[in-house]
Design a protein around this ligand. Structure first.
Ligand code: CU
Length: 350
């Protein structure tokens, strides 16, 4: 099986779930046609401990499926709205040259997709880089409170020198949640909201997942600001190069140890794994490292070098069983494709 062809696959969960994935490659290297179908479903997800949120989840998961495609690929994505509210998908950063009606903005480029209806987005993947997709109906609620987002990566035809060195990639989607609206779909995301939960890929520490690397890796962290707030992500024990902003290569990467990520922004960091240990990764906006009113939570994780033993009894992730593909690292390593992720699937809500 070549790296950019996946077999057709269907999964059914409960009454309301149908996720079909069909990819047809027309060229081995570039310009594949990729056909995908996904439902938008009322789904309950757990951020941490008992804090659940009613979400409108793409393919029943938060974040949504990973779109990892080649520059120039032709995409055809059919969306079935199984929820009780209208939605769209905006493909943030895509040029949509000649396809502006595929931009996913209600009442500007299309009528929103009503409950029970479907819509097929057809467009070309350009430019290359780290992007994301999200609903564009009542974004204040649907994106900020209901998890309507997913990663969208376009592999470049001409990679830069720095990205050619990368051996491992991770996707981190940064979000904030106001628990006041957790179980009130159709409401929330208003000025003055108190954001009290903060997640990486939909989970707050300690239910986020370690970033596991080993000495010698050249690590690419693709950060996506998918929430309402700005975060200052700091990585201990290392410096990194900020190599891409919003998908675009910087002419001269910037060395740093802290990166400020605002809403909608993406930054690609390149980090050389040269310092084995366990290293904190956290939002330096300290109030974002809380779960509600409890500290040591929120937007935090740990870089774990695999050569360091996790046998310290006091280490909370001492005996942790890894959740597969939590940062989409396994999917990305397989090459372009569109990948659902069971790790992020919530419970169906009737
Ligand atoms: Cu929506």
């Amino acid at each position: 099986m070549s790296s950019n062809v996946l077999p057709a696959r269907r999964g059914v969960l409960g009454l309301a779930l149908l996720t079909a994935l069909t990819l047809i490659a027309t060229h081995p290297a570039f310009a594949a046609k990729r056909v995908f179908e996904m439902n938008i479903e009322d789904t309950k997800i757990t951020l941490v401990e008992r804090q659940q949120f009613h979400t409108f989840a793409f393919a029943g998961q938060v974040p949504g499926p990973l779109f990892y495609v080649d520059e120039g690929d032709e995409l055809e994505v059919t969306v079935n709205n199984l929820t009780a509210l209208p939605h769209t998908i905006h493909w943030h950063g895509m040029f949509q040259r000649g396809t502006w009606k595929m931009d996913g903005v209600p009442d500007v480029t299309q009528k929103a997709i009503e409950p029970g209806d479907s819509f097929t987005y057809k467009f070309t993947a350009e430019p290359s880089g780290t992007f994301w997709y999200h609903c564009h109906v009542n974004v204040n609620e649907h994106v900020a409170m209901r998890g309507m987002y997913g990663p969208f990566i376009v592999r470049p035809k001409k990679p830069t020198a720095i990205e050619k060195k990368v051996t491992k990639e991770f996707v981190l989607m940064l979000s904030d949640w106001a628990s006041k609206w957790a179980d009130k779909p159709g409401f929330g995301g208003v000025p003055g909201d108190v954001f009290d939960y903060f997640t990486l890929n939909g989970r707050a520490y300690p239910e986020s997942e370690p970033i596991r690397i080993q000495k010698g890796d050249v690590v690419r962290l693709r950060l996506i600001g998918a929430g309402e707030l700005t975060h200052a992500l700091h990585i201990h024990g290392h410096s990194f190069q900020i190599a891409f902003k919003d998908g675009f290569p910087l002419p001269s990467p910037i060395w740093a140890d802290t990166i400020v990520v605002g809403p909608g922004e993406r930054y690609d960091l390149i980090l050389t794994a040269d310092n084995p240990g366990r290293w904190m990764v956290h939002d330096h906006v300290d109030s974002h490292t809380m779960n509600g009113d409890r500290p040591m939570g929120g937007m935090m994780t740990v870089i774990e070098y695999t050569e360091i033993k996790s046998d310290d009894a006091w280490y909370p992730w001492n005996k942790r069983v890894p959740q597969p593909d939590f940062y989409y690292q396994d999917a990305i390593s397989k090459g372009p494709g569109i990948y659902t992720n069971e790790t992020f699937r919530g419970q169906a809500v009737q």
